[in-house]
Design a protein around this ligand. Structure first.
Ligand SMILES: Cc1cc2nc3c(=O)[nH]c(=O)nc-3n(C[C@H](O)[C@H](O)[C@H](O)COP(=O)(O)OP(=O)(O)OC[C@H]3O[C@@H](n4cnc5c(N)ncnc54)[C@H](O)[C@@H]3O)c2cc1C
Length: 422
């Protein structure tokens, strides 16, 4: 059998590419090396699948700091509203949570995966699991098909590479697609972990005294070695046994990776603002008032409830204040230091967890070599890319799956249209 379109990878991007490619009745083959399709999709969003985000286009793009602007065309053809309509047309109701995040009402990622797989089956796509692709075949400047690890060759007019990045390899994404792209002449921009916990060897991290402490609605900043703020994110985070994690730490992680590399330094300073809505002077005055109200109580106890309990001894020590101090003996200068430390608690980061542990892989197939309307390679006829294999990465919050669906849809529909003209 000669296929119109062969899709390598049955993740978010590949499944959507299969839906789009088969919509007009073309012969489509979907190959995956794993035992089942959509394995990463199935564990996404903590098992609930944050399937897209309901923000407006410009906001969506802003939340995809890794080349989001490349997506304007693809999102215009098939964007978040289309994703929502697509799932609703299959009877999968979605609900909106904080910050525009969309989830299936069932709270089960399986609902999303099953719906996609059923649709692909319904539209007559040939699906082969346990079918690892070893090589994409090229002939005379065009794709010719693929060769499976078993040695079997399959001929196709178009090949869509939807093999994902290198993160969480047990889901099947082991970075196989990069070599196929390079063989076609493509550049692979440097791969790096993004949306990944940040590591630190500060004494309070090594001693694990803050492990498990979660901070709500704080702000986290990353600073370059010249003291300029690179980025600031507001939200929740958590101290772990190796550093920090949680939504805003994940968002800051790529800036830590890039700054370490750009400035060739061993560590990067992060600061936590525990009271982002208050000025230093307000924190100073409010804490002093608390101490005055309970003037016989040790300051350590006075501050309970105002500052995160487990951080109080650290904050006091850093400001040169004994925990047992009472209001009458407060040295005003050090108290001001306490307020400043609460507004800018420093944390030295020396890196992040590995690319395998990251939620998303940064870097990938260079976008200058890919047509943003069709996702076709500008270097090899009939070769298409979609999803995380491309040099696109977004924050957590539904942006990566949106990018995968949107590029998958563009690649699938374009590849099928092109194949029909052959
Ligand atoms: C734990 C976790 C939670 C996440 N949660 C969210 C979330 O809630 N919202 C969000 O937007 N993003 C989330 N992401 C990111 C998002 O899931 C991915 O960016 C997105 O699924 C990438 O889709 P993809 O199709 O490009 O790649 P993948 O989903 O990784 O699919 C690639 C597929 O290609 C197959 N493959 C690879 N090599 C071969 C080969 N040689 N032969 C055949 N098949 C091959 C793999 O088996 C795999 O099935 C999360 C990521 C992780 C790790």
């Amino acid at each position: 059998m000669v296929y119109d379109v062969i899709i390598i990878g049955g993740g978010s991007a590949g499944l959507m590419a299969a839906v789009a490619a088969s919509a007009s009745g073309g012969r489509v083959l979907l190959l995956d090396k794993g035992d089942k399709l959509g394995r990463k999709l199935g564990i996404s969003g903590g098992g609930r699948c944050n399937v897209t985000n309901n923000k407006e286009m410009d906001e969506l793009v802003k939340h995809i700091p890794g080349n989001g602007r490349f997506l304007y065309s693809a999102l215009t053809s098939f964007g978040n509203k289309d994703i929502i309509a697509f799932f609703e047309s299959m009877g999968i109701k979605l609900k909106e949570e904080d910050n525009g995040r969309m989830f299936p009402v069932t709270d089960k990622a399986k609902t999303v995966v099953d719906a996609l797989v059923n649709q692909v089956v319904k539209q007559g796509v040939d699906i082969r699991a346990h079918a690892p692709v070893d090589e994409v075949l090229y002939k005379d400047g065009a794709v010719a098909g693929v060769r499976l690890r078993s040695g079997e060759r399959i001929t196709g007019a178009a090949v869509i590479v939807a093999s994902g990045g290198k993160s969480v390899p047990h889901t099947g994404s082991t970075g196989d697609g990069y070599a196929w792209a390079e063989k076609a002449g493509h550049t692979i921009t440097e791969l790096f972990p993004t949306e990944v916990p940040i590591t630190s060897n500060e004494p309070f991290i090594v001693s694990k005294e803050l492990q498990g402490v979660s901070l709500r609605d704080v702000s986290l900043s990353v600073w370059n070695p010249k003291g300029k703020r690179i980025i600031e994110h507001r939200g929740d985070m958590i101290f772990t046994h190796f550093g920090v994690s949680g939504p805003i730490a994940l968002r800051c992680s790529q800036f830590v990776v890039k700054a370490l590399k750009q400035f060739q330094v061993g560590n990067i300073i992060l600061t936590i603002d525990l009271m982002p809505d208050k000025s230093v002077d307000e924190v100073y005055a409010e804490t002093l008032k608390l101490a005055e109200t309970d003037s016989k109580k040790a300051v350590k106890n006075v501050l309970h409830g105002y500052l995160p309990d487990k951080m109080i001894p650290l904050l006091l020590a850093r400001s040169g204040l004994p925990e047992t101090l009472t209001y009458d003996h407060i040295p005003k200068q050090q108290w001001m230091e306490l307020a400043k430390t609460a507004k800018s608690f420093p944390l030295r980061a020396y890196g992040t967890r590995s690319i395998e542990e990251a939620f998303v892989t940064g870097g990938g197939v260079h976008l200058k070599e890919v047509d943003p309307r069709t996702m076709e390679s500008k270097l090899m006829n009939g070769l298409y890319f979609c999803g995380e294999v491309l040099d696109i990465h977004g924050y957590t919050g539904g942006y990566n799956i949106t990018a995968a669906f949107s590029t998958g849809y563009a690649a699938g529909s374009s590849a099928a249209a092109q194949a029909q003209y052959k």
